[in-house]
Design a protein around this ligand. Structure first.
Ligand SMILES: Nc1ncnc2c1ncn2[C@@H]1O[C@H](COP(=O)(O)OP(=O)(O)OP(=O)(O)O)[C@@H](O)[C@H]1O
Length: 321
């Protein structure tokens, strides 16, 4: 469904000059520095896969998505999406993909959501019955009616993301590229977006490539993970493979009124550290659950504060190297 063969993308930036008026001289400098944003990456994604494309800031995730969707031309390599080249068959690829950038809306800022959808209906030449069917489906799943007549600029971030997702799917593309679709959302909004994505992947049979910094997105949605760093592919594995390789652990930090007394072995807990009145529990979500552990905490002392911490991508990378 999606093929990337030895793709690369370099950007060239003026080499900064030193000394007096350096920033102005840099503007006119002929010295160029090459930034290999994507450096010889290959992968193949099958129909119906839900793939997490992860990596630290500046790893090359957005650049890859922009190349796959035809926004950027690769410096080298070949890409096929649904059999078409995003570079030479842009229109065909556009009919096959939906794209959402969490940081920027694809909708018309000053127009009510409904008007944006109608413009997209005309752009993608969606016939009236198909448009109605899509609107009914996404209205049911995302409660679009709550804000259909509101201008996009007045939507909350969560509402905006729901509108953007529906917009990306209106023309019923088989492939969905999502660049940080949960960024900045609160827990409730994230949960809603995740269950929607699960539904469109499982029932709607969409092939999804998702970039995220949120390990919960990965754990709850993706069956496969491609990890990149400095533009290179470092890992291509299943969620279980990632867990086994790095021992993906979540953490509960519990503060007690006085030093807790903790058993030596707790099911599913990889490590338990007591530091004064604080207890740090590192656990494997595949072997136990946070509600189960939270229920145990009171047995070891009197908790006064509890915090949860998920591993972030930077931590995952650190553990790999
Ligand atoms: N238009 C551009 N011109 C110059 N350099 C760019 C451009 N776009 C991206 N880069 C550089 O390419 C590298 C990869 O950027 P990219 O946005 O793909 O990373 P990312 O993995 O999506 O990061 P983040 O998680 O922060 O969004 C970075 O070093 C970035 O500064």
């Amino acid at each position: 469904m999606i093929e990337a063969v030895h793709i690369g993308k370099s950007f060239f930036q003026a080499e900064p000059t030193k000394g007096k008026f350096s920033s102005i001289r840099t503007l006119f400098s002929r010295q160029q520095k090459e930034i290999k944003a994507v450096d010889d990456i290959s992968f193949s994604i099958r129909e119906g896969d839900f793939v997490g494309y992860i990596g630290p800031n500046g790893a090359g995730k957005s650049t890859t998505i922009k190349m796959l969707s035809g926004i950027l031309h690769p410096t080298c390599g070949d890409i096929r999406v649904g059999g078409y080249s995003p570079q030479t068959e842009r229109k065909k690829v556009a009919a096959n993909i939906g794209v959402v950038f969490g940081q920027r809306t694809q909708l018309w800022w000053d127009l009510p959501v409904r008007d944006s959808f109608e413009i997209l209906q005309a752009m993608y030449k969606i016939d009236a019955p198909s448009y109605r069917k899509a609107m009914d489906r996404y209205n049911e799943l995302l409660d679009l009616h709550e804000f259909l007549d509101t201008p996009v600029r007045k939507l909350s971030l969560g509402q905006r993301m729901r509108a953007d997702l529906a917009a990306a799917l209106l023309h019923d593309p088989p492939v969905l590229f999502l660049d940080e679709p949960t960024i900045g959302l609160d827990v409730v909004a994230k949960t809603r977006i995740r269950s929607f994505l699960r539904e469109v992947n499982q029932t709607g049979k969409k092939t999804i490539l998702l970039t995220t910094h949120d390990m919960d997105d990965i754990e709850q949605l993706c069956s496969r993970i491609i990890l990149i760093n400095h533009g290179k592919k470092m890992l291509d594995t299943t969620l279980d493979g990632l867990r086994n390789q790095i021992g993906l652990t979540s953490m509960i930090v519990a503060e007690y009124r006085s030093e807790p007394v903790v058993p030596a072995v707790i099911e599913g807990v990889v490590r338990a550290e007591v530091a004064g009145n604080e207890l740090f529990l590192y656990f494997d979500k595949a072997k136990t659950s946070s509600p189960k552990l939270l229920a145990e905490l009171g047995k070891w002392g009197e908790p006064v504060d509890i915090r949860m911490k998920e591993p972030d991508i930077e931590e995952v990378i650190k553990r790999l190297y």
